[in-house]
Design a protein around this ligand. Sequence first.
Ligand code: CP
Length: 307
Amino acid sequence: MRHLLDTTDLTVEEIDELIALAMDIIADKQKYAHICDGKKLATLFFEPSTRTRLSFEAAMMELGGNVLGFSDASCSSASKGETVGDTIKIVSCYADIIAMRHPIEGAPRVATYKSDVPVINAGDGGHSHPTQTMADLLTIFREKGRLKDLTIGLCGDLKFGRTVHSLIKAMCRYSNIKFVLIAPKELSVPDYIKTDYLEEKGMEYIETENMEEVMPQLDVLYMTRIQRERFFSEDEYLKHKDAFILDTDKLKTAKADLTIMHPLPRVNEITTDVDDDPRAKYFEQALNGKYIRMALIITLLKWGGAL
Ligand code: CP
């Protein structure tokens, strides 16, 4: 049995196979409509979510399986003091696979120590969000036809944005990737991402606070929200909340085939008129999230011998 806590749990070959499986699901949904008949997915969300939880649930339903779980820890016995370990031990008696989001970094890892079924990290604090990264990789692959030879701009809250951390870790494993890190100094990528991934892997990267200056270079622009819930004070958040706002004017110098991405939810960092730009792919990215989660559910159940 294997869990998914981070994309680094997967080899590059496994990532490529998951993307190929998602592409096959997209091409022939009926082929997979009953593959999980009789199986149950538990979604345990100790932190709010729209896309991740609902796309996991839609994914399992489209595979013929069923779902159970909670979307608010206050409705679970966690509110009475039950530990993550005990919660998982119990839920793994009821479900064949678990997707879990938790505000505390490392909580899904603790869950794996107690679980009798595969656990998928659906986001843990500011640490990691591997299934979002898989959705991002599928989106880049569908738009560009490759996961190599790309200049990727990451913009916004690169300190607390777990999707950024996961995406850098994943893209560092592909060839000829250049990162352009666009953030205020106070919200730059954590040092461990720079030393353990960007520098360790010899990746080319630059840091800048000027989005307009780097726009013409980019093949992919990955916008992110300033993560209000992870700031220590409201004043700090207010100082940065409008740091970068992408609008149609800023896109005038962008490549004709730029892919604009955002893990969503958006607050105000992309103006709504950008939605009509054919380069805006963030809603497709959310849909890709369902397909890649279908591929992940099938694969983890197979690895665990449940399929
Ligand atoms: N992208 C993402 O994780 O969205 P949710 O918080 O709505 O799940």
